[in-house]
Design a protein around this ligand. Structure first.
Ligand code: 57M
Length: 358
């Protein structure tokens, strides 16, 4: 809004030129979302408590019993502070701004529906798996149709670390894009099982994508670093920054021992948005590197379930997803969380090296 209202007045007051810069507005968006989250957090948590939005806890991991009743749906705090920040700092005439918000809010709505159903049933029984996937597919398909109609649309897949190698997926790029968003959304959801475990790596992934997106939207940097140039995409750096701010603000309260959980409204929306960001800057495969931790958690579930069925009851891990395996081995929760964060920072750095190592 500031960009749309104040930048045109630059001729009268040159200081307003600062609103032209994506870097300035990104920083402002991050600070706005972060400060708003920290200020609103305590009232928001108290409000959720009044509404009795407490988490139902399974009995299988005994150490989690103490978490019973922790308010969930903290994703709503991230969603609202991000929207306010985007309203103030982004160029509201940019089509990618509306597209990324459609994905973020759309996936968030599916999660919200699931969270509300769980709360009503008091037994952690949310909407059916089919309904959840159908909702996610609907949002992802809408996003892919919009990307397909975009003048910058390309069905080519770039391969990290190889300058010349690209695969043109043709029409298959559409279902591939849908898969990327839905898979990312569910992978973040599976990871969200310890305090701060999902939000930490999500912040790292968002920071990495803010760099990729900024470069993609800047003709000079894009040509120097050999990434596809897409005019207008740079504006989404502001979304990434606002999400980092909202995520850090949420982490303020979700840090061990958590005062609030993000709920599916948080995990599905963040995962879906990460998938969309990867598609937007044509770094689809880099997502599996920067989000390597989400991939590992998902693979642990796939392996565990397949092996269990194949052997008629044997397990590879003490329990899947992976973080439960470490918990049941007796490693303290905070140690697992911090080690997962360190791993995600390492993966983020490897992902960034793609820009130079080709
Ligand atoms: C959601 N939700 C957390 C919270 C959070 C197929 C199967 C592997 C699915 C999987 C599953 O349901 N995963 C998706 C995981 C839950 O957190 C809530 O859910 C939201 C995210 N959707 O925001 O609202 C619990 O996680 C803990 N938590 C924290 N801090 C946080 O910041 O401590 C969450 C956020 C919370 C809290 O205890 O209640 C969850 O884990 O349920 N299922 C599982 O993960 C189950 N694994 C399993 O059954 N493994 C089997 C097979 C089938 C693979 C096996 O290994 O044999 C475990 N879930 C739980 N206990 N709770 C089993 C043990």
């Amino acid at each position: 809004m500031f960009y749309n209202l104040l930048f045109p007045l630059t001729s009268e007051w040159t200081a307003l030129n600062v609103f032209r810069y994506i870097s300035f507005r990104s920083l402002a968006a991050l600070i706005t979302a972060l400060v708003l989250s920290i200020l609103m957090g305590p009232r928001f948590i108290a409000w959720l408590r009044r509404l009795k939005c407490g988490q139902y806890i399974h009995e299988d991991v005994a150490v989690h019993a103490a978490k019973a009743g922790t308010p969930t749906m903290g994703g709503l705090l991230m969603l609202s502070t991000l929207l306010v920040s985007m309203f103030f700092w982004s160029d509201l005439t940019n089509r990618y701004v509306w597209q990324v918000l459609l994905v973020f809010v759309g996936f968030g709505f599916v999660g919200f529906w699931d969270d509300m159903t769980k709360l009503r049933h008091h037994q952690n029984k949310g909407i059916s798996g089919k309904a959840k996937i159908a909702g996610q597919l609907l949002v992802a398909c809408a996003a892919m149709v919009l990307l397909y109609m975009d003048p910058n649309y390309s069905s080519k897949l770039t391969v990290p670390f190889f300058k010349e190698v690209t695969f043109d997926l043709g029409l298959l790029y559409l279902p591939f894009g849908v898969f990327v968003m839905v898979a990312a959304s569910n992978a973040v959801n599976l990871t969200d099982g310890l305090d701060g475990l999902a939000i930490g790596p999500s912040i790292v992934a968002c920071l990495v994508f803010s760099i990729f997106i900024y470069i993609t939207g800047n003709a000079r940097f894009a040509s120097y670093l050999l990434v596809p140039y897409m005019p207008g995409v740079g504006e989404i750096t502001i979304f990434c920054a606002a999400l980092v701010g909202a995520g850090l603000g949420f982490l303020w309260f979700n840090a061990y021992p958590a005062q609030i959980f993000m709920g599916d409204v948080g995990s599905l929306s963040i995962g879906g948005a990460l998938g969309y960001l990867a598609l937007l800057c044509k770094q689809e495969l880099v997502l599996s590197v920067v989000g390597g931790l989400f991939v590992a958690e998902t693979l642990s579930v796939i392996l565990q379930v397949s092996y269990f069925r194949w052997t008629g009851g044997k397990r590879i891990f003490r329990m899947a997803p992976l973080h439960h395996h470490f918990e049941l081995k007796g490693i303290p929760e905070s140690k697992i969380i911090i080690r997962f964060w360190i791993t995600s920072i390492l993966l983020g750095l490897v992902a960034l090296s793609v820009l130079k190592l080709r």
